[in-house]
Design a binder for this molecule. Structure first.
Ligand code: SAH
Length: 345
């Protein structure tokens, strides 16, 4: 079976010709796939061709196997099923500027951050470009044509820059005129900081917003929670961020999860501010979402607001990330893990 979902119109045209079909079928199939259709629904293709494609190819490689809707807001958490039996998570959030979908880029993750549930069982495999697109197509089908996904954040399970080529191919699909048409300015890519790939990304001419999971004001603290910090010191990481800003003209977002007793004192905010001074950036503060299996503490509201105030006083642009879907296992990797554990019992 061949997955057609990750192909662009030119590749699909070439594939159709290889199959002895007229080239224009490629463009038709591309359009249908991005509308979320399976082969039987591709009504401008001859019936026997639809049946033939059904036998040999895959149009929609992802399906929703579970969904949880928040009672607190409009957030929906999806468990997406892949064809090999694996599953990944996605979260659909309704903001005033439209729907944002948080997608996964790998089944699990091999980065080993101590606060994150996605990495507990390591990385099973990377997602294909078609599977990442498939997550968006699922969410669009869920919205039943009444609305669609406008913004995408690569902040589900997985490290996007550890699946570099597939993620780049996926991003290029988003801006195809006959596709899901999501402008890359509406896409955020979050990385734990794989420095060499950050330099590569700056050269891609893809105007995505780069989010960097910093979570610490210095290497000593960062190494306590993020193994990647042992490979790339913060100085090199911030240099790569400055390069990204220079090359793209876009500000970088720093994610900073506040972990009780680790990185949330005033002196940490002061040190963070001194390292980020003069940089075109924004800090997103996230109160740690406590993961059962990990021995880490969250923080109270007061700690978050004090940290925020210190950063603001030192002229660092910062906000507290809005928490959504808190009642539906909103944090990374938690729903998938829960489902897998329940299955094992
Ligand atoms: N691998 C990428 C993207 C996935 S995680 C990265 O590291 O950036 C998306 C964001 O959620 C990251 O900033 C990550 O550090 C954060 N995160 C993971 N687990 C969390 C938790 N339990 N509480 C708060 N933030 C968490």
């Amino acid at each position: 079976m061949i997955e057609l979902t990750g192909m662009n119109p030119a590749e699909l045209t070439a594939w159709c010709k290889e199959q002895g079909l007229p080239g224009f079928r490629g463009k038709q199939i591309f359009k249908w796939i991005h509308q979320g259709a399976d082969f039987e629904g591709m009504t401008n293709l001859p019936k026997d061709l639809r049946a033939r494609l059904q036998e040999m190819a895959i149009a929609q490689p992802v399906e929703i196997i579970e969904k949880r809707q928040s009672r607190l807001d409009d957030t929906v958490k999806f468990l997406f099923g892949l064809r090999d039996g694996n599953c990944v998570e996605g979260v659909l959030m309704h903001y005033h500027h439209g729907y944002t979908l948080c997608i996964s880029t790998q089944v699990g993750c091999r980065m080993g951050c101590t606060f994150c549930a996605s990495t507990l069982d390591g990385c099973v495999r990377s997602l294909t470009p078609g599977e990442m697109l498939g997550e968006i197509l699922c969410a669009n089908r869920f919205l039943e044509g009444k609305d669609r996904v406008h913004n995408v954040v690569l902040m589900g399970s997985g490290e996007p820059l550890d699946n570099y080529d597939n993620v780049m191919k996926f991003l290029r699909l988003l801006r195809e005129p006959d596709g899901v048409s999501i402008g890359l300015r509406n896409v955020s890519l979050s990385t734990c900081g794989i420095v060499p790939r950050m330099y590569d990304l700056a050269e891609e001419d893809l105007p995505v917003t780069l989010s960097v999971s910093l979570h610490a004001p210095n290497d000593e603290i960062r190494r306590q929670t993020m193994p990647i910090a042992k490979a790339y010191p913060m100085e090199d990481l911030l240099k790569a961020c400055r390069n990204y800003i220079d090359k793209t003209g876009r500000r970088v977002i720093f994610e900073y999860a506040l972990v009780g007793g680790v990185n949330c004192e005033e002196k940490h905010a002061v040190e963070l501010a001194s390292r980020l001074r003069g940089m075109q950036c924004h800090v997103n503060l996230i109160p740690l979402n406590v993961v059962e299996e990990r021995d880490l503490r969250g923080v109270n509201e007061r700690i978050v607001s004090d940290f925020l105030k210190t950063l603001e006083k030192l002229h660092i642009s910062a906000t507290r990330r809005r928490e959504m879907g808190d009642d539906i296992e909103g944090a990374c990797g938690q729903l998938r893990r829960k489902t897998i554990m329940e299955k094992k019992q």
